[in-house]
Design a protein around this ligand. Structure first.
Ligand code: PLP
Length: 381
C-alpha cells in the first residue's frame, strides 16, 4: 500500500486502499481488453465471459444465482435502485427502514410514505417497533447488516423471520413484502449468504473491501420485480443500462472474493487489536465512553465519546500528528449536522459532537494503536 508512511490510517470504514491483486486483475480491461462486452466479435466475447465469471464469483459468496446479481456504480446507486425500484411500483404503499440507515437509503425512502424503526441504546433494532411499524401497505423493509458509524451488527435473521411470518399472514392476495439489507460495512467480516440471512435484496460496495470506488452490486432475488432507474441499452437484465464498467466489475468481484476468503482470519486479528485499543484508551483517558453494542459489533469499529471535547478540533489535532480518523460517516461530514445515528441511540447534540470513530483494516498494527492512545491522552489532558 503506497500511503504516506507517516500517517496512521484509521478510517477504513470510509475508504480502503485497492488491493494489489485486485489492481492486477483490473489492469487488462482498460487497454488490451477494452472491447464493449456487447459486441459480437471474439475479443468482445472474451470480455463478456470475464463479466460472467465475475458474476459467478460474487454469486458464490451470496449463495445466489448469477442472474440475481446487478452490478452498479457503488452502494449509493444500489440502495437508490432497491428503494425506488420497488416503491415506484406501489404508489399507495409504505416503506419501513431503520432510523440509522445510510443517507443513500434514508433519502430515497423519504420520497415515499416512510416509517423509521427505533433502535435501542446500543444501536440494535427495536424488533417490537419493527412489528408495529409494518402494516398491510408495507412493501419494503430496509435494515442494514452493520452500521457504518457505530459498527452495530443488526439482528437481520430475526428481522427476516418477522417478515416471513407477516408474509404468511398476508397470503397470496396481499401486497408483497420484501427485505433489503445494505451490507456495505459487513462484507469484510460477516457472512453474506442471502438465504441464511433471509434477505430479498442486498447492497454491496467495492470501495470498502479493497476494491475500486463506484463499484458494487444489488442482489435481487429472482422472484422480486424491480423498476430500473437507468434505462437505455438493456444491460444487467434491463435493470441497469449503460455499457458495463468492466474493470470495476472485475475489481469488485476479485475484492469480494478476497474479503470473504479472509473474513474469519481478519475478524479474529482485528478483534484482538480493537479489544487492546479499547482497554488502553479507557485506561489512558478518564470519562471516555464507547458508543454502540460491544458484543454485536464489527470487529474493526471503535466509536467513542470524549467529555467536553470538540470532535472536529480533535480530528484536526490528530491529523497534525499523522492520525487519520473520522467524526462520523465521511459521506455526511459535509452536512455539519450532528449524526442521525448518534441521535437515534439517544445521544445529545453535544455528545454527538464529542464523538469520534476509528475504523481498523488489513494494514492496522498494534504499535500504531499504542501510539494513537499516547497522542490522544496527551491532546486531551
Ligand atoms: N451504505 C453504507 C453503510 C456506507 O457506509 C456507505 C459509504 O460510506 C454507503 C452506503 C455509500 O457508499 P458509496 O458512497 O460508495 O456509494
Amino acid at each position: 500500500m503506497s500511503m504516506d508512511k507517516a500517517n496512521i490510517y484509521l478510517d477504513y470504514a470510509a475508504a480502503t486502499p485497492l488491493d494489489e491483486s485486485v489492481k492486477q486483475a483490473m489492469l487488462p480491461f482498460w487497454q488490451d481488453q477494452f472491447f464493449n462486452p456487447s459486441a459480437s466479435y471474439s475479443p468482445a466475447i472474451k470480455v463478456r465471459q470475464a463479466i460472467n465469471h465475475a458474476r459467478q464469483q460474487v454469486a458464490y459468496w451470496l449463495g445466489a444465482k448469477p442472474t440475481e446479481i446487478i452490478f452498479t456504480a457503488g452502494a449509493s446507486e444500489a440502495n437508490n435502485l432497491a428503494v425506488a425500484g420497488i416503491m415506484s411500483q406501489y404508489p399507495k404503499a409504505n416503506i419501513v427502514i431503520s432510523s440509522i440507515e445510510h443517507e443513500s437509503v434514508l433519502s430515497p425512502a423519504s420520497l415515499y410514505d416512510c416509517r423509521l424503526i427505533k433502535v435501542l441504546e446500543d444501536g440494535r433494532l427495536d424488533l417490537n417497533d419493527l412489528r408495529q411499524k409494518i402494516d398491510n401497505q408495507t412493501v419494503l423493509v430496509s435494515v442494514m447488516q452493520a452500521n457504518n458509524e457505530i459498527g452495530t451488527i443488526e439482528p437481520l435473521k430475526q428481522v427476516a423471520e418477522i417478515i416471513e411470518s407477516i408474509r404468511r399472514q398476508r397470503g397470496s392476495s396481499g401486497l408483497p413484502l420484501y427485505l433489503h439489507s445494505d451490507s456495505t460495512q459487513a462484507a469484510n467480516y460477516l457472512d453474506l449468504h442471502v438465504a441464511r440471512l433471509g434477505v430479498d435484496l442486498m447492497t454491496l460496495n467495492g470501495g470498502k473491501i479493497y476494491g475500486p470506488k463506484q463499484s458494487g452490486l444489488l442482489y435481487l432475488k429472482s422472484s422480486v420485480k424491480l423498476q430500473p432507474l437507468i434505462m437505455g441499452g438493456g444491460q444487467e437484465r434491463n435493470l441497469r443500462s449503460g455499457t458495463e464498467n468492466v474493470p470495476a466489475i472485475i475489481g469488485f468481484a476479485t475484492a469480494l472474493d478476497k474479503a470473504q476468503s479472509l473474513r474469519h482470519e481478519e475478524a479474529k486479528r482485528t478483534l484482538q487489536l480493537r479489544e487492546d485499543f479499547i482497554s488502553d484508551l479507557t485506561r489512558a483517558i478518564p470519562g471516555i465512553t464507547i458508543n454502540g453494542s460491544i458484543k454485536q459489533r464489527l470487529p474493526n469499529n471503535i466509536h467513542v465519546s470524549l467529555p467536553n471535547i470538540d470532535n472536529e478540533r480533535l480530528l484536526i489535532q490528530l491529523d497534525a500528528h499523522g492520525i487519520l480518523a473520522a467524526a462520523g460517516s465521511a459521506c455526511s461530514a459535509s452536512s455539519n449536522q450532528p449524526s442521525h445515528v448518534l441521535k437515534a441511540i439517544g445521544k445529545s447534540d453535544l455528545e454527538a459532537r464529542s464523538s469520534i470513530r476509528f475504523s481498523l483494516g488489513r494494514k492496522t498494527m498494534s504499535s500504531e494503536l499504542k501510539h494513537v492512545t499516547q497522542v490522544m491522552a496527551k491532546l486531551i489532558s
